[in-house]
Design a protein around this ligand. Structure first.
Ligand code: HEM
Length: 217
């Protein structure tokens, strides 16, 4: 692949011409993740004072296409997502997460942004070919690109050094994630906070606003 960033640097303002506005047709490896999903085999290992706690969970995960986004010459297609997790049979939120999955076709790069209501945000990055069925993204504390940013309490008590997520697109139309959030708990104990689940489709994705307007014409 050519070094696209060196060509970007020559002109940071001009946006790409002839952008295809149909996001669902341009999501590369993220295409198989678009839609509304349910997971009932989730497994979480989280830190507790008495030691690691393993907890089953169920989740609803919605990933909807957004209009193409440009930063000058840079072009992203993407999905806006909301993940909501409860313990089986319960109402109370166990984990909530929002953000974007982005695909940059020119560099075959995937970005996941995430925000969780613990006062924490992160941005993970990975590379994948458009037809990839497996890909991995990483965010690292201390970086100003693809980093992790926490509130003061978390930074002191449950420092998050790394977030890593591996996605597998399965042949039966489901997909799975396996993620590890590496914490350093006060006193310098490293802790692998892990979460995994397999998602079953319960709804098709909508069209992104521009594609919807075009199809209505
Ligand atoms: C399916 C995904 C996830 C689930 C179900 C989950 C669930 C949990 C649970 C139950 C705890 C313990 C809470 C407590 O005792 O107060 C915890 C702790 C924590 N989680 Fe997650 N988590 C998930 C993903 C993440 C991600 C992606 C991050 C950050 C990148 C993260 C960061 C943390 C941190 C920093 C703590 C320590 C704070 C604490 O224990 O109070 N978690 N998580």
């Amino acid at each position: 692949m050519t070094d696209i960033y060196s060509s970007y640097r020559k002109d940071i303002y001009t946006e790409p011409a002839d952008v295809d506005i149909d996001t669902l047709q341009n999501l590369g490896p993220l295409r198989s993740m678009a839609g509304v999903w349910r997971g009932s085999k989730g497994l979480d290992v989280n830190p507790k004072a008495a030691g690691p706690e393993t907890q089953a969970f169920v989740e609803r995960l919605e990933l909807q296409p957004i209009d193409p986004q440009t930063n000058g010459p840079q072009l992203f297609y993407g999905l806006r997502y909301h993940q909501h997790i409860v313990k089986p049979g319960e109402v109370e939120t166990y984990h909530d997460q929002i953000g974007y999955w982005l695909w940059e076709p020119a560099t075959e790069t995937i970005i996941q942004t995430l925000a969780i209501p613990r006062g924490q945000v992160a941005m993970a990055v990975g590379r994948a070919a458009p037809e990839s069925k497996e890909f991995e993204l990483v965010a690292s504390r201390g970086l100003t690109t693809y980093g992790i940013c926490s509130n003061v309490f978390l930074e002191e008590a449950f420092r998050t050094d790394e977030y890593r997520i591996k996605i597998t697109i399965n042949d039966d139309g489901t997909w799975s994630y396996d993620e590890t959030t590496t914490l350093v708990i006060k006193g310098e104990t490293r802790f692998a906070h892990t979460d995994k689940d397999t998602l079953i489709k319960i709804g098709e994705p909508a069209l992104n606003p521009l594609a919807k307007a075009k199809s209505a014409r």
